[in-house]
Write a protein that binds this ligand. Structure first.
Ligand code: ZN
Ligand code: ZN
Ligand code: FE
Length: 758
């Protein structure tokens, strides 16, 4: 029986080779009809015997193009038209759409073969790409995704490229960034002042300079990297001192998985992520006997490793370097550089040379970061390769724009059952970062094709994002969401769960509803509401913000809480305070509570315990002490120390003073600090589980949802999940979005959406 069926595919289905794929599948099954890009998706009509149509669809479902991400397929039977052939019809004009922009994807195997094939016309051409790979998000200036709306619009195709572009049987059919040496972008090498080098091959020269220890800024996919030879200590030191980045770990790009394996422990999961088309930086445990400079990542337990993801990277590393340091090119707290002149200006005095090209980057996109814990992939920074693919939620919500927090921020637009989460934007501390934030806001509205009237933001009145929400037009409704509630809701949303749960949010800081600084929270939460049922016992943060950079202040506060007025004796014996005169001042400001806000933050306890264990008195970047404490505990064993759980009215306090006393006592008795670091981690896991059981006894809830930056610590997370599961809890944690503040905008969006629905 002859039938004609009409299908509508929505999701990431344009710019990913979907139409030629449908064409091949339909002709393989001898069906007639057509395929067409429409504003609302890809429309397919196939006509032929019912069983042929059936096999056609099972083929489509079985082997879709690698970059396609079909979110929905609808179908209906339509009238037979007796078509003679199967055709690809030109796109319809744009309108409000359901078509998503694809992310940037690493060079595919087919393109790599051509890149290194002397007989190919794109031999050693650094901008080779196809429908399965290459730039996408980072070259768009508008939607829909057509060459005219990208930074390739200024490169007219040569006749050979055009032939490939227009041939449905070619693997570059409608590959919008298609290019070749005759018609496409070219490399140039600039000196430190931005003057082009007139003679020699730019790439060969850049390689030569890297070998000599120079700092070379390299234009990549979503921005510039600063590169140096990862084996050259002097070059790394030079880069660090110029970038004012004394100790923060630097990412490295290695030639292949074998090289990655020689410097870090790469299991099956890590290997899959390294090789995935998104090519994020993978955090993996260092091997003993490092084979790259220890200056790359001093004091921490992991290296951040990525594989080449552009043709240029492949050519740079091939035969030349085992590993290159490749760190985002920016000044402290500023966004990554994307434009050639901008780079030369902003990186003046940092980069010696600039390897640039004339294909403009239109959207800033940092490298994504992932790691493996409890055997699963965890995204720590969601950016290149992932953004702007929306996250599919369990149910639809009214449109919401969520502005995110102050640090590690992202923003999010909720539309139907999709959450369009922006690429990582970063910290809102500089005017440049705020410009980047507004750029991203405009872009995300275009991509989501939505400008919601409901706006969600944080409770903190001082955040840039909060002020932005307040400055909006009177017609928009602003909904404020508490930071840790947003953490828990984002983890719920990602896991597709609803209703009341026990939420454990552990992080640095967030603005509480009672004016104190929260950060060690036990909530009973649903999407729209929460109750704070417990928290880590409040302690003082002497000096406020200053305590973040000078964690010895936190150590002092923890000791005072544990020992009362005797704290000075213990602090002296452990040499906690950098100057003698500080003992008296600290005592005074804590007694008066002067500039010493109360906090329940677990992140700050990590900082304080690191000081007590003799790690460091000052830090050069946030989270440094905590990362080093984790590294210290890596090879340890230990045992659970004491802690207190006290119910005060309807709130439960988790008191770590007994643990602080146990740590100092054992330290004074000469115990190994690595063992104590591990015991500290162990105690937290057991304490969290005990808290969850206490809350379960009161509420009957059995689902526990984890979130917060502290759960980037793999020892803590793996241990806590195992402990909770042993106690019979259903445990939910992040996978696809970060546990850190990168998840806040999603949580804000879903919370506000749920509130608006009530
Ligand atoms: Zn390719
Ligand atoms: Zn060409
Ligand atoms: Fe947070």
């Amino acid at each position: 029986m002859i039938k004609r069926v009409r299908y509508l595919f929505t999701g990431v289905v344009q710019g990913v080779g979907f139409r030629p794929f449908i064409f091949r599948m339909a002709t393989r099954h001898l069906l007639s009809g057509f395929v067409q890009n429409r504003p609302d998706g890809v429309v397919v009509e196939v006509e032929g015997p019912a069983d042929a149509i059936h096999s056609f669809m099972s083929g489509v479902n079985r082997e879709p193009p690698p970059l396609a991400d079909v979110s929905e397929i609808s179908s209906e039977e339509v009238e037979i038209r007796n078509d003679k052939a199967f055709l690809i019809i030109e796109s319809e004009a744009r309108g409000p759409g359901k078509v998503h922009i694809a992310p940037d994807i690493a060079t595919c195997g087919d393109c790599l073969k051509e890149l290194f094939d002397p007989a190919d016309r794109r031999f050693r051409y650094p901008f080779i790409n196809c429908t399965n790979c290459g730039p996408r998000l980072t070259i768009i200036k508008d939607v829909p995704y057509d060459r005219i709306n990208t930074s390739m619009s200024c490169f007219p195709m040569c006749s050979l490229c055009r032939e490939e572009y227009e041939n449905p049987g070619d693997r570059r059919y409608h590959a919008e960034p298609i290019a070749c040496p005759a018609c496409g972008p070219q490399l140039t090498l600039l000196d430190g002042k931005g003057t082009p080098l007139s003679d020699g091959d730019p790439l060969e020269k850049a390689i030569e300079f890297l070998h000599s220890g120079f700092v070379v800024a390299i234009k990549g996919l979503g921005g510039f990297h600063l590169a140096v030879d990862a084996a050259n200590d002097e070059a790394i030191k030079r880069l660090r001192s110029r970038k004012f980045r004394e100790e923060k770990p630097l990412a490295v790009m290695v030639r292949d998985v074998e090289t990655a394996r020689s410097i870090s422990k790469i299991g099956k999961e890590e290997e899959l992520i390294l090789l995935s088309p998104q090519r994020p930086i993978v955090l993996a445990k260092k091997r003993k006997g490092e084979r790259i400079s220890p200056a790359v990542a001093p004091g921490v337990s992991d290296f951040g490793i990525m594989l080449p993801y552009t043709p240029l990277h492949h050519m740079l590393l091939e035969k030349n370097f085992r590993a290159l340091v490749m760190t985002s090119a920016n000044q402290v707290d500023e966004p990554i550089c994307i434009e050639n002149r901008e780079a030369v200006k902003r990186l003046d005095g940092i980069a010696d040379w600039f390897l640039v090209h004339n294909r403009d980057i239109l959207v800033r996109c940092d490298d994504s970061i992932a790691t493996v814990s409890s055997g699963e992939r965890r995204i720590i920074r969601r950016s290149r390769g992932f953004a702007p693919i929306p996250i599919t939620l369990a149910k639809p919500y009214p449109p919401v724009l969520a502005l995110g927090p102050q640090m590690k921020t992202t923003l999010c637009i909720l539309k139907g059952n999709l959450a369009f989460l922006s690429p990582h934007i970063g910290d809102m501390e500089t005017p440049e970062a705020r410009d980047f934030y507004r750029e991203t806001l405009g872009l995300m509205k275009k991509i989501a094709e939505c400008d919601p009237g409901i706006v969600a933001c944080d409770l903190h009145p001082g955040y840039y994002t909060t002020k932005l929400a307040e400055g909006l037009t009177a017609s928009s409704r602003v909904i404020r969401v508490q930071h840790h509630h947003a953490h828990i809701v984002s983890s719920m949303a990602e896991n597709g769960i609803e209703g009341e749960v026990i939420g454990i949010a552990m992080d640095g800081t967030g603005y509480g509803t009672d004016g104190t600084v929260w950060g060690g929270e036990f909530l009973v939460a649903s999407e729209a509401a929460f109750t704070r049922v417990g928290h880590i016992t409040n302690y003082l943060l002497p000096g406020g913000e200053k305590a973040i950079r000078e964690p010895w202040r936190i150590a002092v506060s923890l000791l005072r809480q544990a020992y009362g007025d005797d704290w000075t004796d213990v602090a002296k014996s452990l040499d906690i305070v950098p100057e003698k005169s500080f003992y008296e001042t600290m005592d005074r400001i804590m007694k008066q509570g002067f500039n010493s806000p109360l906090t329940s933050s677990l992140g700050r306890i990590f900082d304080g315990v690191a000081v007590i264990l003799g790690l460091r008195k000052k830090v050069t970047f946030e989270g440094q002490a905590a990362m080093e404490l984790e590294a210290m505990a890596r090879y340890g064993s230990g045992r659970v120390m004491q802690f207190g759980i006290e119910e005060a009215g309807d709130i439960i306090h988790l008191d770590f003073s007994p643990m602080i006393r146990a740590i100092t006592k054992r330290l004074q008795a000469g115990k190994d600090s690595g063992e104590l670091a591990f015991s500290f981690h162990l105690t937290l896991q057991v304490a969290f589980c005990k808290m969850a059981r206490t809350i379960r006894d009161k509420t009957g809830l059995n689902r526990v949802v984890l979130s917060g930056g502290c759960f980037q610590n793999r020892i803590l997370t793996e241990g806590t999940i195992a402990e909770l599961e042993k106690a019979g809890f259903d445990v939910f944690f992040h996978n696809a979005i970060p546990a850190n503040d990168g998840c806040i905008s999603l949580g804000q969006a879903v919370c506000a959406g749920a509130q608006a629905m009530r």
